[in-house]
Design a protein around this ligand. Structure first.
Ligand SMILES: NC(=O)c1ccc[n+]([C@@H]2O[C@H](COP(=O)([O-])OP(=O)(O)OC[C@H]3O[C@@H](n4cnc5c(N)ncnc54)[C@H](O)[C@@H]3O)[C@@H](O)[C@H]2O)c1
Length: 374
């Protein structure tokens, strides 16, 4: 399809959180589709050097520097848009626990501000909300919690932390207000998005591909929390952006809640093995489990494949290789706080007295029981 044939050709698309890791990939995909992205971002997530690596910043003519909870600003931007992608969030569990005020403003107040503006704007053709697969938590409590599982859109929610709870609220609020207003929307639940451009945030336990690669590049040990038996469904950044852009115009996505995953599960210890293949000599140490860290699983992708006519293009092996290449060619991406750390210091911080660590149930099972199908 040429750009002019694209259903998004010439469309104005407001991307909140547009200067972030996924937002900038969505921007690039929108440009390829001939759309005109406008990024709204308060640049709160990263150092300016990281924002520059993502190809934006205060100088960017496509970026509006501001807060997604600013009612007047959001209404002005929504009024001028045809579509909205809501990616702005205080987007780590640890960040939400450490700074609940910011989490409330960015994850709850901003969503309310944006959704009410969209409800009042007949020009908006669809809003995409980026929720999270974390709304599933450990998964259905009535099934075996010691094995990785398949997460299906219709199964019960079980958010385990304030970040996941806020996202679940955002889903329900969006559905209720926009249904009442007669506006179109799609709720997407991304699994673990990774790829070039991803820079870990201090204190956050997520983004294991980025963390392991950068620690290996620094010659530090890789710490496998709970032995690395947790599994995740890793989605390459460009594949995720492609799915998000398809969701803007796919007729079958109207009013839907859709997973955004690959259907393939990879354990954290397998991620370490992939990284070690690029950095032989790196050592790996088992560390205590993280409190409330779910065993995880993979997305049921049947609905999203059908509705979005989408399939991932990049395997985990290829995606990690591309990420390693990016870090090697962009060493400045490794943030100063990571360079200042040591393996022993990280382990000591991890094991220091803090909130009680709940032993995840899967740790009491033999390792082989975590490797089968869910
Ligand atoms: N990366 C993943 O694996 C993943 C998985 C599931 C869901 N998500 C969701 O996808 C979205 C994008 O994630 P990401 O990985 O790009 O995160 P990110 O932190 O890189 O991007 C979020 C952006 O939102 C901006 N922001 C935060 N609060 C804001 C506010 N009040 N006003 C304006 N801008 C604000 C930040 O500055 C940042 O640029 C988030 O909603 C996140 O919760 C991400």
């Amino acid at each position: 399809m040429t750009t002019t044939d694209s259903p998004l050709h010439g469309a104005r698309v407001l991307v909140t959180g547009g200067a972030g890791f996924i937002g900038t990939a969505v921007r690039d995909a929108l440009r390829r589709a001939g759309a005109r992205p406008v990024l709204l971002d308060n640049l709160s997530a990263y150092e300016p050097a990281t924002v520059a690596l993502l190809g934006t910043g205060r100088h960017d003519p496509d970026l509006v520097f501001g807060d997604a909870s600013d009612n007047d600003l959001v209404r002005h931007l929504v009024h001028d848009a045809d579509f909205v992608v809501h990616a702005a969030a205080h987007s780590t569990v640890q960040g939400c626990l450490a700074d609940p005020d910011t989490a409330f403003r960015s994850n709850l107040a901003a969503t309310d501000t944006l959704v009410r503006a969209v409800a009042d704007s007949p020009s908006i053709r669809r809003l995409i909300l980026l929720s999270t697969a974390q709304v599933y938590g450990h998964g259905d409590p009535d099934t075996d919690t010691t094995r990785p599982r398949l997460f299906t859109e219709t199964q019960p929610y079980q958010p385990l932390n304030p970040y996941a709870s806020a996202k679940l609220w955002a889903e329900l609020h969006t559905r209720q207000l926009l249904t009442a207003a007669g506006r179109d929307f799609t709720l997407l639940r991304p699994f673990s998005v990774y790829g070039p451009g991803q820079v870990p945030k201090p204190g956050a336990a997520s983004w294991v591909v980025a963390q392991f690669t950068m620690y290996a590049a620094l010659g530090q040990e890789l710490l496998l929390n709970g032995g690395g038996r947790q599994v995740r469904d890793f989605v390459f950044r460009d594949d995720a952006a492609d799915a998000i852009v398809r969701a803007l115009t796919a007729p079958g996505a109207a009013g839907r809640t859709l997973n955004l995953g690959t259907g393939v599960q990879t354990s954290v210890s397998e991620v370490a093995e992939h990284v070690l293949a690029h950095f032989p000599g790196t050592t790996v140490r088992t560390a205590p489990p993280a409190a409330g860290d779910p065993l995880g699983g993979r997305a049921d992708t049947a609905l999203m494949h059908r509705v979005l006519d989408w399939a991932p293009a990049v395997t985990v092996t290829e995606g990690i290789a591309r990420y390693v290449d990016w870090v090697r060619s962009t060493p400045a991406a490794i943030p100063p706080w990571m360079r200042a750390e040591t393996s022993d210091g990280r382990l000591a911080a991890w094991t220091a007295p803090g909130p009680a660590v709940t032993r995840p149930p899967y740790l009491d099972q033999p390792a082989s029981s975590c490797n089968g199908a869910s």
